[in-house]
Design a protein around this ligand. Structure first.
Ligand SMILES: [Zn+2]
Ligand SMILES: [Zn+2]
Length: 240
């Protein structure tokens, strides 16, 4: 690590909250001391080999969790613009202050997301006819990683029942939405799409069904509906 990277690592790992351009020798020494204390290594306030190795390990572990949370930064143990961007993007997605520092709040949110994502497989075939990917956020990675929330499984199971009852393919035009996409498409602020509990299904009259037929089938299986006659789609949501 260069001197600059050591300073960046100290900031990233929240051992100092100073800006890069305002870190003076005194703040630097204090941050190194804090890092050494936290890492359980010899405390002398000087960034020697052991301290650098410890910082690098911390940065690497942050980078790994950022990627598990859906970001794409290098896992090299070196702080830099890509890691900084990934931290800020993660903070933005989670409603945290976008300061690029992994303090207590960011760290616990990051750990939680990494753990729950490990249990969530975007390529899972959930039911006979529905794959998780069909429900991913349509922002195409502009604002989120596709699954800012998990899709409600009961919603998918009920859609499968509708699909089998009507015996026609159901095309999902909108599943999960991140905050930004929901705003962009003019969704209501409390949209169930943001909760992973709603899906819009296109209606092709060539299949022999109209909007009402498709919506009625959903209600039969306990889904709430909004019927869009002009745009020919049905909004299904699962409330309970
Ligand atoms: Zn999105
Ligand atoms: Zn909808």
């Amino acid at each position: 690590m260069t001197d600059l990277q050591i300073k960046q690592a100290l900031i990233l790992c929240y051992f100092t909250t100073e800006n890069l351009d305002t870190i003076d020798d005194k703040t630097f020494g204090e941050a190194v001391t804090a890092a050494q204390t936290s890492g359980g290594i010899a405390v002398d306030g000087i960034a020697g080999a052991e301290t650098v190795a410890m910082l690098s390990e911390r940065v690497r572990s942050i980078q790994m969790n950022l990627n598990k949370a859906g970001n794409n930064c290098p896992i090299d143990g070196l702080p830099g613009p890509l890691t900084d961007q990934a931290v800020k993007a993660f903070q933005h997605q989670n409603g945290l202050i976008e300061d690029g520092m992994v303090g207590t709040l960011t760290e616990s949110a990051l750990n939680q997301t990494a753990i729950s994502n490990a249990l969530f497989n975007p390529d899972e075939q959930v039911t006979e006819h529905f794959n998780m990917r069909e429900f991913q956020c349509e922002c195409g990675g502009r604002y989120c990683n596709g699954f800012p929330v998990a899709v409600n499984r009961i919603l998918i199971e009920k859609l499968e029942m509708v699909r089998q009852f009507l015996d026609i393919p159901l095309v999902i035009s909108s599943g999960v939405r991140c905050e930004e996409l929901n705003r962009e498409v003019g969704g209501v602020w409390d949209s169930y799409h943001k909760l992973g509990r709603a899906a819009d299904v296109l209606v092709y009259e060539s299949n022999g069904y109209r909007v009402d037929d498709v919506a009625d089938a959903g209600e039969k299986f306990g889904l709430k509906t909004i019927r869009y006659y002009d745009q020919r789609f049905v909004h299904f949501q699962y409330n309970d």
